[in-house]
Structure formats: structure tokens, C-alpha cells
Design a protein around this ligand. Structure first.
Ligand code: ADE
Length: 225
């Protein structure tokens, strides 16, 4: 899979992709992540990428030209399955969308900034508008990092334990049950007896019960779906 990320702050994204599972996936050529600085494509003599909005007090808006030229260049090199825009007024991001995106070959993620981008970019290029939650970040870079991370870990081979992505919270519409490791007794804090029993069937039933109880308490909305 190839992910092209378009941003005016590529440095923000270097950290999240230089560690752990995403780094290993890049090193093992399971995913290619390309960071592009939108400013490099500005034809303005001061490399400007924003301008005043056509309404009083609305602040600065990212201009069409550098973004359009960069997307056109990428599209001339390969076809893209999705062109995503990260924005707080997008559709709330959920695991099922991560699952869908992880099946694609090539995607673009455009990071928003300032008060937004010229609507015509959204109208003519963007296929998915995604919000990672009902709060406003300083820019779309952290959202792009979240989306990329959630996709990469689902690509076969990215995780050493192939089954673990499938047993994540949300994959079956439930939160994950609690997990324990050794020692079985830490200063009187005991691991639930059932987990020490070795009875796999009973343990699975217990985990499912725990997942339902936890979901009922923390995210009852998930059970309604
Ligand atoms: N840019 C700023 N806030 C955002 C959010 N919540 N989700 C996606 N992109 C954003």
C-alpha cells in the first residue's frame, strides 16, 4: 500500500512514522508513506499557500493552486482509491472505515489548516472527509497520523501477532475485555481465578462476558448498533 500525505508541516509527521509497528511496516516494504510539502508547489513568489476568505472575519483559507497541482501530479503517476481530507467537519472516523481503507492500494491524505481549504478542492478532488473526533486540532496532521496508524496496523504482515488486530476493541462492536500477565498475585491483587484454570472454553466465555459488561458501562451506544 502507498499513502501520500499532503501537508504544510511535514516535520510533524516524521515522529509518528519513525517508531514501532509503522516503522517496521515501512522497513519491510509493507507500506510506503510519502510526505509532500504543499508549499513546494506554490507558484506564488513568496510561496504563499493561504489567502483571506471571501467573507469578513473568516480568517485565512488554503488556496487551490498548490494543492491542485500536487494532487494532479500524483494522479498522473498512479490512480488513487481515495483522496481523504482531514477536517473537524468531516464524518466521524471509526474502525470500520479503517478496515475499508486498509484494503486500498493507493490513498492520498490532505491535511487541513487555518480556517479550511477552498471549497472547490473539496468539491472536485476529495472523496472522503474525515474527522477524528468532536474537538478542533491546530491542523490535520495529527488526524492524518491517527488515520495512517490505524490503517497500517491492519495490513497483513504489519503486526507480528496476526490475530491481534482482529481481537481489538471495536472489531466485534465491543470493547476489549481486561488482560493480565504474571505475577498471578501482586501484593494481594489477584488475577481472576478463571484465567488460571487452563479451560480455554470457559476463558473465552468469561472474556466475552467481560467485554459485554465493560461495553455496557463505558460505551452503551455501541450495544445499540
Ligand atoms: N483538523 C482539526 N481538527 C480535526 C479533527 N478533529 N479531525 C480531523 N482533522 C482535524
Amino acid at each position: 500500500m502507498r499513502i501520500d500525505i499532503l501537508t504544510i508541516f511535514p516535520e510533524i509527521l516524521e515522529g509518528p512514522f519513525s517508531q514501532s509497528i509503522v516503522k517496521r511496516a515501512i522497513d519491510h516494504q509493507i507500506v510506503e508513506i510519502h510526505l509532500h510539502n504543499i508549499r513546494d508547489y506554490s507558484t506564488n513568489k513568496h510561496k504563499k499557500v493561504d489567502d483571506y476568505a471571501y467573507s469578513v472575519g473568516a480568517g485565512m483559507v488554503m488556496t487551490i493552486q498548490p494543492i491542485a497541482d500536487l494532487i494532479d501530479k500524483l494522479k498522473s503517476e498512479r490512480s488513487y482509491d481515495a483522496i481523504i481530507f482531514t477536517t473537524p467537519d468531516g464524518i466521524p472516523y471509526q474502525q470500520k472505515q479503517a478496515n475499508q481503507l486498509s484494503l486500498f492500494d493507493n490513498i492520498i491524505i490532505l491535511c487541513g489548516h487555518y480556517k479550511g481549504i477552498d471549497q472547490r478542492i473539496r468539491d472536485h478532488y476529495i472523496t472522503h472527509e474525515i474527522s477524528i473526533g468532536d474537538y478542533v486540532l491546530t491542523g490535520g496532521e495529527l488526524a492524518a497520523a491517527v488515520i495512517t496508524d490505524s490503517i497500517v496496523r491492519l495490513i497483513p504482515g504489519a503486526m507480528s501477532d496476526e490475530t491481534s488486530a482482529l481481537t481489538d476493541s471495536f472489531q466485534d462492536g465491543l470493547l476489549s475485555p481486561p488482560v493480565y500477565t504474571r505475577p498471578a498475585d501482586y501484593n494481594g491483587w489477584k488475577v481472576p481465578e478463571i484465567l488460571l484454570s487452563g479451560d480455554e472454553k470457559k476463558i473465552e466465555a468469561w472474556k466475552h462476558e467481560q467485554a459485554i459488561e465493560k461495553t455496557k458501562t463505558i460505551r452503551p451506544d455501541l450495544l445499540k448498533n
